[in-house]
Write a protein that binds this ligand. Sequence first.
Ligand SMILES: [Zn+2]
Length: 328
Amino acid sequence: MAGFVACLLGSFFLLPVVIFGGGNADQAAAGQLNTGAVPALYLPWVLKAGAMCDAIPAPLIAAQIEQESGWNPNAKSPAGAQGISQFMPGTWPTWGRDDDGNGKADPFDAGDAIMAQGRYDCSHADLMAGYLKQGLVHGPLIDLVLASYNAGAGAVLSAGGVPDNGETPNYVKVINALIAKYTKALEDSGAVPAGQRLAAPLREKALITSPYGGKRPSSAYGYHTGIDFGVGLGTPVHAAGPGTVTFAGWNSAYGNRIVIRHPQQDGKSVESTYNHLFSLSVSKGDTVGVGQVIAATGNTGNSTGPHLHFEVLYGGQFTDPGPWIGLN
Ligand SMILES: [Zn+2]
């Protein structure tokens, strides 16, 4: 379920106004972690490692640890891999640091290991994003990163994707399946949940494949005006709040798109937008209630795979939707 998809929205929609800083991107990446599924002892490290780069969110770090060691900081594999993140002794010195401050960089120190894992994954994400752009490898970015961890980046490059070596495809598959367990469920209710300004537009666990803000796996796309949720084609999309549909139709970049104007909050206008949709269930001028199904997700417009690009405009300016829908 964790295929890397991203709409290419960004530079096309650079705003005529000053945008807020991108500092919330890290929180958005970490805020989607199902913290209850992570052993409490390792939670701070998983959050920290999951905030290092946009491409590697905390649920991915956690799922990978479960597959590597089952959360056992003393794990040793027959091949010689060590610790909770299963570093090989030859690889460790490049990535391991004394992150837990106990005076030694040790693959058997869970904190050191998890941070090194984050560093290694983020480095592979940069490398693979570059290879993807050059057409040297194919497949979802997350799969390529995981395959690099398991088989080495060189093997991924020579295979042009996840190498079919009898082990790595299954490694990638198992971790992709585990990501759901470590992803926070979005609030499922017919109202805007207490403490939130809007309700989540999806009712199923959905990995954020690209958070709001300026940092992207590939900077070529510029500023990202919303959050991308990686979900399958045809997933129901729910209105994030009550309001009036002000746009429902085609846009060459956004694909099939819906814009809803909600009641003002703190004297400022509030709009939410839903993009790259497969089908629309509402029309311009319709009044919608919070949670009402308005569309199904798609891959239309400037999009590289099925996902929902969800935006919030506050006072007419794009803002990070994460805090609005309870993600951070
Ligand atoms: Zn997007």
